[in-house]
Each structure stands twice: as structure tokens, then as C-alpha cells.
Design a protein around this ligand. Sequence first.
Ligand SMILES: C[S@@+](CC[C@H](N)C(=O)[O-])C[C@H]1O[C@@H](n2cnc3c(N)ncnc32)[C@H](O)[C@@H]1O
Length: 271
Amino acid sequence: MQAQEFAFIRNLVKTNSGIDLTEDKVYLLESRLMPIASKGGHKDLSAFVGSIMRSKPSNLLVQEIVEAMTTNESLFFRDTKPFQYLKDVVLHDFKTRGITRPLSIWCAACSSGQEPYSIAMTMEEQRMGVGSMGASILASDIDQQILKKAEDGIYNQFEVQRGLPMPMLIKHFSQMPEQRWKIKDNIKKMVTFKQHNLLNSARPHGMFDIIFCRNVLIYFDPPTKQKALMYLNEVLNPGGYLFLGSAETVPPALTMLVSHPEHRQLFIKSQ
Ligand SMILES: C[S@@+](CC[C@H](N)C(=O)[O-])C[C@H]1O[C@@H](n2cnc3c(N)ncnc32)[C@H](O)[C@@H]1O
């Protein structure tokens, strides 16, 4: 791929998703875009990129290119600790504060659904699922294809073996043919899926008590990361909690979000 073709795709993906494809990602770009190029009848990638450089690509094609460049890696109870902190620190704090209304939770960049379902299972185990104090979980991602999988809530044997404790599998999933497992309705009912781009500052759904936004900001450059975090801060209630991924942090300029003394990836919005 020519340097100017790479620069064109890099700019298109960054403008539409924030994902910054550094030059070491040329190989990734080539392997992921080739199926789209072939589907469009182009003999190679240069022909495909040349055609969209000449005439503006449709929104649908842009979405397809962005979806091809997302990394959807996810697993149940990823990194373990955030879910322990959700239970022991965050939910405990809300209970201590005497908050009895349903908690509003946003799982941004939820990928294939393991993360919002892990949150829902944690809430259910704490008797904060449907029918009790309750919680509503909004799960969003830019990638419509992966959201479909998340909404189906069906996982193969390999996927349920990654991070999901056996008792939780037995309790919260039903077994299906071909070694697949489906999340049960009481857990599923707690989660609403919606497409949302973190670059889009339109509010997805009011204000939140807890936001999980993990392992997505690492793909953004520092100004985009800061912009996304400012937006998350805006929709987080004072006294609310933000969970980031293990390689992510809040820049010092965002003084409203204070790191929890015991957990680097947990931030509290000052009251
Ligand atoms: C590596 S996955 C992280 C999934 C989950 N949060 C976890 O930690 O297991 C990153 C997700 O971010 C999504 N993503 C990338 N750019 C996005 C954007 N601008 N807005 C919303 N989601 C985005 C991708 O589609 C992908 O599903």
C-alpha cells in the first residue's frame, strides 16, 4: 500500500471513530480491508483505496471500514479486580449513601457483551438485579456487527471458559446445542444495547452513576482520549464512578475525576 493511500484510510478511520492507526498497523489494515475490496470487485487494495479517494465513500462503506478496523477482544470479568471493586467499593458506597433508586450504568465500548453481562451478573449476585433495588445497564459500541452478537448473548465453549467462573456459567446461562451457551433472560433484561460513537457528544441516555469505558481509549491519540473523557465526565453524576482499562488513565487536567486510592483504574467524580 502506498504511503498516501495509508494516510487516507488512517484519516478516514480516525475522523469517524477516533481509532489512530499508527504506521506499524499497515499489515492489519491490508488484511482487514482486503475482503471489503474484493467484495466491491476491486482487484487489489490500491484499486479500492484509489476509488474512495476519487469519489466520497457512502456512510455505509465508511461504517464497514471502521468496523473492519475495530479490535473487539473481550472476555467475562476481564481483569477480575474491577468487578470486585464494583461489588466491594462502589455498590457498598451507594448502599451506605442510602441510595435506593435503581442505579444507572453505562458500559461504553461493550464489544461482544461479556463486559455488560459481567456487570449484570455482579448486580444480580448483590440482589441488585431486576425486581429488587435494580439497575439499568446501557451497553454501547460503535460496531453494529459486534452489537448483534452482544444482543444475542450466545457464546461458545472457548468464550465462556475465558473468565467466567463455573458456578456463574451454570447459574446464569442455558446450554444450547453445539456447545454453546445463552445468557438467561433475567440477566439479559438488565442490559439495553445501542450503537454509540464515543466521538459523538450527543447524550446516549441521560446521566449515569457508574460508567465502564475500558480498553478503547488506548486506540485514541491523547487529544481524542481527553475529549472522550471530558464527555464521560459530563454524563457522570457527581459522586459517580468511572472504570477505565488497565493501560488507561485520566490526564491530570481533568481534576474532577479523582483516582481511587486503592485502585488505579477506578475514578470518582468529585461532588
Ligand atoms: C478491545 S474492545 C473492549 C471491550 C470491553 N470494553 C472490554 O474491555 O473487554 C474495544 C471496543 O471499542 C469499540 N470502539 C472503538 N472505537 C469506538 C468509538 N469511537 N466509540 C465506541 N466504541 C468504540 C470497538 O468496536 C470495540 O468493540
